[in-house]
Design a protein around this ligand. Sequence first.
Ligand code: AMP
Length: 106
Amino acid sequence: MSNCIFCKIIAKEIPCNLIYEDQDVLAFHDINPHAEVHFLIIPKLHIESMLQLNEQHQELMGKIMVLANKLALEHGLAKGYKTQINTGKNGGQEVFHLHVHVLGNK
Ligand code: AMP
C-alpha cells in the first residue's frame, strides 16, 4: 500500500526505532509512547485491521501474540503489561495497518 505509513516503515522508506524483524513481522517503539515501554508489532502483510482477518491469518496472528509476550519480557515487563488492538474508525484506529500495541511500566 503506497500511502500506508507502516508499509513505508517495512520498506525502510521512513525510519523507526526497530526492536525485532523477521520475514513476517516487524516490531518497533511507538513514536508517541503512552507508557515507559510502548511498542507496536505489525505484520509485513498489509492487513487494514482486525475487520479484515480471516482463517488464513490464524498462524500470523498467533505468531504476533507469542512475540508480544517474548518482547515484553525482554523489555522488563515480567510483572505484566497491556496489549491493545484498535480496530476500525469506531475502535479508535488511526493507522490502518493492523498493529498490536504492547504497553507497560517496569
Ligand atoms: P492506532 O492506530 O490508534 O492504534 O495508533 C497508531 C499508533 O501508531 C499511535 O500510537 C502512534 O503514535 C503510532 N505511530 C504513528 N506513526 C508512527 C511512526 N512513524 N513510528 C512509530 N509509531 C508511530
